[in-house]
Design a protein around this ligand. Structure first.
Ligand SMILES: CC(C)(COP(=O)(O)OP(=O)(O)OC[C@H]1O[C@@H](n2cnc3c(N)ncnc32)[C@H](O)[C@@H]1OP(=O)(O)O)[C@@H](O)C(=O)NCCC(=O)NCCSC(=O)CC(=O)O
Length: 271
């Protein structure tokens, strides 16, 4: 094989050339290892960023943060609009199990393929959420940085391994994030919202993780018993994702208990 043909596709190839899964896979073959390095860089930046900010005044970034959050809310809304109809259509046509076992044209279709990939890639700039917390000298709770770091790497791996389950993961997360980022944008503008609004958002986050855990449990069973031949799921994703969703469910349930039952804000001081 010549050096030219073995060269991986670049980000601009994926963005500017017509959608081609082989090309995206080629790009992702370099992005997967890079995502682990980005995750480590992210954790180091939080650590040293907080140390650096310890003796400085917090930056006043209200408007930038509002714009940032509105941007993510809008992006999530558009991506949800592009991806959810495909989930509904597969669900109606082939049933619930098929919707997390069969890829169909999810990855090869130019619309769902691209928007699914765009969702995964958006997890990198989403790490910027934490930089706003650091620069504004707000507590960075364990649940926040753990969630951001792990979700990023997990999303990249899941997409790269063409998991049919991604269809659910993306639809759920995009729907929740459209509302959550809108809430954060409104809050960044210092607009007060009734407490039930936050409670509703935490609830839909928890519902998202309950559905994810249920599907994962079933996928473990399917994979172990090979009861659905050709089910597009790997042990790699089942093990990382399974542990991830169980831990998220636990952390968000604990957050719910603290914030809305004990009424002690978990984000106003470190846990
Ligand atoms: C209702 C929630 C969305 C938010 O609850 P909170 O108690 O944190 O809400 P709050 O209104 O008291 O305070 C929000 C504070 O966060 C600041 N803030 C603004 N934008 C933010 C952003 N993009 N990410 C994290 N924090 C942000 C606000 O300025 C405000 O600070 P101040 O008022 O002090 O100026 C909750 O369910 C939640 O997720 N809390 C965990 C915090 C978090 O980081 N969540 C996002 C990632 S989890 C996620 O994304 C799950 C998923 O995948 O669905």
């Amino acid at each position: 094989m010549s050096a030219q043909t073995s060269q991986a596709a670049s980000l601009s190839d994926v963005l500017t050339k017509p959608w081609n899964l082989d090309q995206t896979d080629s790009y992702m073959s370099t992005f997967v290892p890079l995502s682990y390095k980005i995750m480590v860089g992210y954790l180091i930046t939080i650590y040293f960023g907080q140390k650096l900010m310890a003796h400085r005044k917090p930056f006043d970034l209200q408007n930038t943060l509002a714009l940032w959050n509105f941007g993510f809310s809008l992006f999530s809304g558009i991506a949800a609009y592009k991806l959810i109809p495909e989930l509904v259509s597969v669900f109606m046509k082939d049933g619930f199990v098929a919707s997390y076992c069969q890829n169909e044209t999810y990855y090869t279709d130019p619309s769902t393929g691209f928007w699914g990939w765009a969702f995964v890639m958006s997890k990198a700039p989403e790490l910027g959420d934490t930089m706003f917390l650091v620069l504004r000298k707000k507590p960075v709770i364990f649940m926040h940085w753990y969630h951001h770091a792990l979700t990023f790497v997990y999303a990249v791996v899941t997409y790269s391994e063409h998991q049919a389950w991604a269809r659910w993961s993306l639809a759920l997360n995009l729907a929740v994030h459209t509302i959550m980022y809108f809430y954060f944008a409104v809050r960044a503008l210092n607009i007060q919202t009734p407490r039930p609004v936050a409670k509703f958002i935490t609830t839909i986050q928890i519902v998202q993780f309950v559905i994810s855990c249920y599907i994962f449990g079933h996928l473990v069973f399917i994979k172990s018993a090979n009861s659905v031949p050709g089910c597009a799921v790997s042990w790699n994703v089942l093990s990382i994702g399974g542990l991830m969703y169980i831990s998220y469910l636990f952390l968000f349930a604990k957050f719910f208990y603290k914030a809305y039952i004990q009424k002690r804000s978990p984000t106003k001081k470190n846990e």
